[in-house]
Design a protein around this ligand. Structure first.
Ligand code: G3P
Length: 218
């Protein structure tokens, strides 16, 4: 499973890229607004740090403008993936961009029916939002299972399932068990995945016992 990080914060991206565990980045207008920085410059900077897919989302909602925005975003760097919303105009834009070889991430997916449409439109990635579904009492991970099952029934479907709106390591584990292609993690969730109290306790004991030997490896 590929790990993307769901942030537009350059400092966080640099810090987590250094772990060697980050395959890509997803951003959205809310994450860009949080940085207070220029959108196009921020995407260009992220693309230099991370060689993998960097999702940059269109801002308009009509086809003509979305297409123009998508074409402009795609020119920023070869690793830009244009992100469009799962609307009729968004899927039309997805089809137009993917037909000419541009990677597209279809976002705001909340149903299996929508995911089928995204695949038909040639999406590189579909982003179902598991946390937001859980928030309204629906089954976010159940949707991931449904989409994976449907896509697996057709060898012609190449759209990758990108699990988004992840709230914690449990979502990542569930996504991995289902064989999801990608999980986009808020930085805090990736950091949580490293931790276990028994790891900390065990390491402290090893360090203390090693000190008693008086030896040095180097
Ligand atoms: O970037 C899309 C998605 O991951 C947003 O998640 O936490 O705003 O529901 P969230």
């Amino acid at each position: 499973m590929k790990f993307f990080i769901d942030t537009a914060d350059i400092a966080e991206i640099r810090e987590l890229a250094a772990t060697g565990l980050v395959d890509g980045v997803t951003t959205n207008p809310s994450l860009i607004a949080k940085t207070g920085r220029n959108f196009l410059e921020t995407i260009a900077e992220i693309c230099e740090i991370i060689p993998g897919s960097v999702s940059a989302e269109v801002a308009s909602t009509d086809f003509d403008t979305m297409l123009k925005e998508g074409l402009k975003l795609a020119k920023i760097a070869p690793n830009v993936t244009v992100k469009v919303p799962l609307t009729p105009a968004g899927l039309k834009t997805c089809k137009a961009l993917s037909d000419q070889g541009t990677e597209v991430n279809v976002t705001l997916c909340f149903s299996a029916a929508q995911a089928i449409l995204a695949a038909k439109a040639g999406a590189t990635y579909v982003s179902p939002f598991v946390g937001r579904l859980d928030d309204i009492g629906e089954d976010g991970m159940g949707l991931i299972g449904d989409i994976i099952e449907i896509y697996a029934s057709y060898t012609s479907i190449t759209t990758q399932v990108l699990v988004a709106s992840i709230r914690g390591p449990a979502h990542v584990i569930a996504a991995a068990k289902m064989g999801a292609d990608v999980a986009t993690l808020p930085p805090a969730v990736l950091k949580q995945m490293f931790g276990h109290p028994l790891t900390d306790k065990g390491l402290a004991a090893f360090v203390a016992d090693w000190a008693k030997t008086g030896q040095s490896i180097l």
